[in-house]
Write a protein that binds this ligand. Structure first.
Ligand code: SF4
Ligand code: SF4
Length: 376
């Protein structure tokens, strides 16, 4: 039975976080269960964009410190790395505070710019990935995720965090190849099966609600989650923020494929009680509503154009920086008179623009029909 440890953790004081992470890992058998002396251990945090820790976009530096110290105590050599959604990886690591933690602990910040092709015959919808070289070279991978809402996948935690194992612009190619939410989630499940982190730790001390993963609001949740089965860890994370775990496409697909356990009733929960961790009235992404309705989800393929939220540019907030244009997989965005403009005929609804806009100028808007059906 998959085990998930729930450790209440009220803030990011160093000792507080160390205690919570250690408690979780010890209860799961101790770090030596996952790491052998001399192993090269890649810790993969969420480094989406250059953002200060208090914005709750990236994994908090103290959670990284706690994980590094446990791996080092088990005799592992620690590498840290991620391929951000946008921006220079070194600058992103500096701004998020993670580079400083690497310097203080002696962990090596690895470059995710160099990549190798990795065939994956067992992939259900994706059999080839362009993985950052350290992912291939590591003996052990640990997913060190941030708990957030997400416009495309509804929830981002242990599994979605691994998307950053795909190097640089190859991530945009994945958005182009897998344009529908279900296909994209299916690709993420293949990626999880390929990378297969030995352990997942999720920073949910302060998560993000609303229009995550970048432009939502920080929301205290007060938990660190950990487990060897990332599917189970995400199922517990989704439950804590009031999402049906099996409405989260990555969890549902992984559960259906037998990759992991997505049903909370079949997960052994350790540590603090789940009921005490659940946050009432947690705000989800506007894109989440349709997928939470069973009959609605079945109709969705027929009505996709009408039911899928569209990105909308708030010109008053837009600074014309071009981040969205540069990250739009089908090049559907242009900058005209200093403002972003979307060519709707080319938009594939991947929501990269909403995910990465530094000004929060991209809103996901549901159509009139989608709003009516959700209210029904
Ligand atoms: S919408 Fe956002 S990312 Fe795009 S140009 Fe405007 S400010 Fe920049
Ligand atoms: S406009 Fe936004 S949602 Fe549409 S394809 Fe481009 S990045 Fe994706």
């Amino acid at each position: 039975m998959s085990q998930v440890y729930i450790a209440r953790c009220a803030g990011y004081e160093r000792e507080q976080v160390q205690r919570a992470v250690r408690r979780a890992v010890d209860a799961l058998g101790g770090m030596r269960r996952y790491v052998r002396p001399g192993d090269n251990v890649l810790i993969k945090p969420n480094l989406l964009v250059a953002s200060a820790p208090e914005a709750a976009v990236t994994t908090h530096p103290e959670v990284l410190r706690a994980a590094i110290e446990l791996v080092q105590a088990a005799g592992g050599m620690v590498w840290v790395g991620d391929s951000p959604g946008f921006g220079n990886p070194i600058k992103v690591a500096e701004k998020s505070g993670l580079a400083e933690i690497c310097r203080e602990t002696g962990a090596v910040l690895r470059d995710f710019g160099e990549a190798d092709e990795a065939g994956f015959a067992d992939g259900v919808i994706c059999k080839r990935f362009t993985l950052a070289r350290p992912v291939r070279e590591a003996d052990v991978v640990i997913s060190l995720a941030k708990l957030k809402t997400h416009g495309l996948t509804l929830y981002t935690g242990a599994m979605k965090n691994l998307f950053g194992c795909i190097s640089g612009l190859n991530k945009s190619q994945m958005h182009l190849r897998f344009q529908q939410r279900e296909d994209f989630a299916g690709m993420l499940v293949d990626l999880y099966s390929l990378v297969k982190p030995a352990l997942s730790i999720v920073d949910g001390v302060v998560g993000m609600e609303g229009e995550g993963p970048r432009n939502g609001r920080p929301r205290p949740i007060g938990v660190i989650l950990a487990g060897a089965d990332a599917v189970a860890v995400d199922a517990v994370g989704a439950t804590i923020i009031g999402l049906d775990p099996l409405a989260v496409p990555t969890t549902r697909i992984a559960h259906a494929r037998g990759v992991g356990q997505g049903d909370p009733a079949r997960i052994e929960m350790l540590g603090d009680p789940l009921a005490e961790a659940v946050v009432p009235d947690y705000k989800h992404s506007a894109a989440a509503d349709p997928a939470r309705r069973g009959w609605f989800a079945r109709l969705a393929p027929l009505l996709r154009e009408q039911l899928t939220a569209r990105p909308f540019i708030h010109v008053d907030k837009c600074q014309g920086c071009g981040v969205c244009r540069n990250s739009c997989p089908p090049s559907a965005i242009s900058i005209e008179a200093g403002k972003a403009r979307i060519d709707e005929t080319r938009c594939i609804r991947c929501y990269c623009c909403q995910e990465l806009c530094p000004e929060g100028a991209v809103e996901l808007r549901k159509s009139w029909l989608a709003r009516r059906l959700v209210r029904a």
